[in-house]
Design a protein around this ligand. Structure first.
Ligand code: ZN
Length: 67
């Protein structure tokens, strides 16, 4: 998984068009040529307890620690 929004932005969050182009300012920003908006996408956090693989892994660890 990459924290960079450049790999994940496929549609404009304002008009849903796909005519997106990377811009230099702001860093990591995108220009939507359909509605002329320039925006960035920011990752705030990953909710680790909701990652399916991790839930299964921690459940397995919990079983091993019990007598
Ligand atoms: Zn747009």
């Amino acid at each position: 998984m990459s924290d960079s929004p450049r790999g994940v932005v496929r549609h404009c969050p304002f008009c849903a068009e796909e005519d997106l182009w990377p811009v230099e300012e702001p860093a990591g920003g995108w220009e939507c040529r359909a509605c002329a908006r320039v925006f960035t996408v920011r990752l705030d956090r990953v909710e680790a307890q909701h990652i399916p693989g991790r839930v299964a892994e921690e459940a397995a660890l919990g079983r091993e620690e019990q007598p």
